[in-house]
Write a protein that binds this ligand. Sequence first.
Ligand SMILES: [Cu+2]
Length: 314
Amino acid sequence: MKISIIFGAIAQVASAHYFFDTNIINGVAQTPGRYVRTSTRAIKYNPIKFSSNPAADIRDNSYADGPDIRCNQGAFASAGNTQVLTVTAGSEVRFRLGVGATMQHPGPGMVYMSRAPGDNVKAYDGSGDWFKIFQEGVCNSSGDFTTNAWCTWDRDWIAAKIPSNTPNGEYLVRVEHIGIHRSHVNQPEHFVSCMQVKVTGGGNGVPGPLVKFPGAYKSTDSYANFSIYGGHKPFTFPGPAVWNGSGTSNPVTTTRSSTTTTLATTTRPSSTTAASTGGSPLYGQCGGNGWTGPKTCARGRCVVSNAWYSQCIP
Ligand SMILES: [Cu+2]
């Protein structure tokens, strides 16, 4: 009896966890590891947590404030055997989870890019500058804030459009889902992987704001001290604002699947431009490194979330 209870608990934990090991091209899932670097984790689906968390809660010695937060543990070792996917700027990349898992943790989905030195992504460890190209948080404002209110809930993919202005070259494209169900005890769970991509047909944009991994996330950030309990509340994404295409506005309509319904105002802070009316809208961005938009709020007050992001909060 006791044994079956223990097995039940383990199975439940395992099924909630996940890893991105493949991508989808025109509806066809690729062989795992073909374009997405494979991690060397002992247990592939384990999350990455902060080094300040209790030792018993840390998995495989991977830390959100260590280099494994770039592309996952040991992923650079597979770089040479991972192919480089050619993607036309303006079209999407779509990551998919392995082994039939879905994201059954509440929290944001995000996608970042980092250009490889010498445009040789197979030799790049991800230690350079990163910019964010996509983020999604709450899509279903009438949903349960602990589960299906979140865009990624029970999905097996995260997709992002490579911005049209992205300069041609080779990049790491980094996908991330963060489970924030334990952020109220400062234990967000990060699930990350990187795809090797060659961008063609791009432009002359200057991507930014730029961050490093590790460094972009701190255990003191609001997302790492957030409670999903007690109803809906504004969520501030970790890391920098989404690159707005270097001054040109980033279209809200993306190539993301139609299964994603409405984008909540909190999901695309960089697209909120209210400079002419004096101040950012409610939940819009109002400051942070690299932010060139309004520094005041048309409604609410401007609250610093982290070095790269301040938000208008009621
Ligand atoms: Cu978990």
